[in-house]
Design a protein around this ligand. Structure first.
Ligand SMILES: Cc1cc2nc3c(=O)[nH]c(=O)nc-3n(C[C@H](O)[C@H](O)[C@H](O)COP(=O)(O)OP(=O)(O)OC[C@H]3O[C@@H](n4cnc5c(N)ncnc54)[C@H](O)[C@@H]3O)c2cc1C
Length: 381
């Protein structure tokens, strides 16, 4: 794939790979067992510019492009998917909507702090009864003097357990998509983050429910225009899906690498298991599909970098790459046999971590819906 990247993109990928191999991979099992990522690792990622890769330098970011962000997320996910989602949310779901819709003051207040890692952010769209159907969300923001009070519940919020700032979506008008507005809110009185949710994988990342009970925000907290919140939420997810595809590629790469390495050393029936076609072919298939997934991901990122439409391409990249991650992780477990099922090797963690890429930021069914709408337009509704 190197031939498809420019010098800067190659350099960023090498930096991220080096960091992931030295600072992340050796500790990933321990962080997942402890359900946390050390703060100094997150701060060091900030110092490298990896918490705000595509944010312009004038706002404290690295001033790079979406392709660089995808490459960073791929390399981090190869070492620890939980860390990669923590970083992907900061970049793609928090910095990105602030950059897209924020006032100059909002950008100057929040982006440098997010970029350095002084503050972590969360993106609070999903509710206990509104996931795929985000337009049915029920949280409200009601006028209070010149500001607003936010009430309602949010569910499955990544980084929510330690976030210092929240991009939160709440209803300011009537029913439907036009009644939703976005806010930049700081935790305070009338806000509570719930306990960590027990989940299948991504154990090193924080995922919690949030309760808003009249949290007050000022007039300057609204992000974008009143009633335009859902549009902003969905446009944000268009970009976020490229980073989920990147995460899937990283998990799949780790799975293929592990299977190749293990089969080279494991012996059965008088020789290495790598000589069996039954072992080779599933890994070969996964490797070919991984290359295709990476191309879809880089294509969607390149369109975004060129300022061209990329909604359907991002959905295709996520749809395909997530299925490849699930398949490759399964192949890794199978290749390692009983050891694939053991916590002694990372295969079982990859298997658990891969599944989420088919679920969040739109399930695979929702990606197909996005693609179908691009194909049929209004006739798909
Ligand atoms: C670990 C984790 C981290 C997350 N992080 C965040 C976060 O940081 N911020 C945030 O806001 N959210 C987050 N989410 C929420 C995530 O994006 C949602 O779980 C996801 O969008 C699916 O919504 P749901 O769980 O309500 O499923 P539902 O919408 O209830 O879907 C259930 C099933 O119905 C299917 N379905 C629904 N509608 C259709 C349709 N029209 N056509 C066909 N099939 C359909 C779905 O594909 C799925 O199979 C996270 C979730 C997890 C598990």
């Amino acid at each position: 794939m190197s031939g498809l990247l420019n010098d800067t993109q190659r350099e960023v990928r090498e930096l991220a790979r080096d960091f992931a191999e030295r600072r992340v991979a050796p500790h990933a099992a321990e962080w997942n067992a402890r359900h946390e990522i050390p703060r100094d690792v997150l701060r060091d990622l900030g110092a490298m510019g990896f918490l705000a890769v595509a944010v312009p330098e004038e706002y404290g970011g690295a001033g790079l492009d979406s392709t660089c962000l995808a490459l960073v997320i791929t390399e981090l996910a190869r070492a620890d998917a939980g860390l990669s989602v923590t970083v992907a949310v900061q970049n793609g779901l928090v910095c990105s909507p602030i950059l897209r819709a924020g006032t100059e003051e909002q950008k100057r207040t929040w982006l440098p702090r997010l970029a350095s890692g002084e503050v972590f952010g969360a993106y609070a769209l999903t509710e206990p009864d509104a996931g795929s159907d985000a337009a049915s969300l029920r949280a409200t923001a009601t006028r209070d003097g010149d500001g607003w009070r936010i009430s309602g519940s949010k569910m499955w919020i990544t980084n929510g357990g330690f976030a210092g700032v929240l991009v939160v979506f709440a209803r300011t008008g009537g029913q439907g998509s036009g009644g939703v507005s976005a806010f930049i809110a700081e935790p305070g009185e009338g806000f509570e983050a719930g306990p960590e949710l027990a989940k299948m994988g991504l154990h090193s990342s924080s995922t919690v429910g949030l309760t808003f009970d009249g949290l007050r925000v000022g007039a300057d907290a609204m992000l974008g225009e009143e009633g335009q919140g859902l549009k902003l939420a969905l446009a944000t997810l268009d970009g976020g899906r490229i980073t989920v595809a990147a995460q899937a590629c990283g998990i799949a790469q780790a799975a293929v690498d592990l299977a190749v390495d293990y089969a080279r050393h494991r012996e059965a029936f008088g020789g290495r298991i790598a000589r069996f076609q039954g072992v080779q072919f599933p890994v070969a298939d996964a490797s070919a599909k991984l290359d295709a997934a990476r191309l879809l991901m880089l294509h969607a990122a390149a369109l975004r970098d060129a300022g061209l439409p990329y909604r359907a391409e991002g959905a295709k990249a996520k749809l395909f790459a997530s299925a490849v991650a699930v398949e490759a992780a399964d192949v890794a477990v199978q290749t390692l046999g009983g050891y694939g099922y053991s916590a002694e090797y990372p295969a079982e963690r990859l298997y658990r971590d891969a599944k989420i890429t088919e679920l969040y930021e739109g399930t695979s069914q929702i990606q197909r819906l996005v693609i179908a709408r691009e194909l049929w337009g209004a006739d798909a509704r």
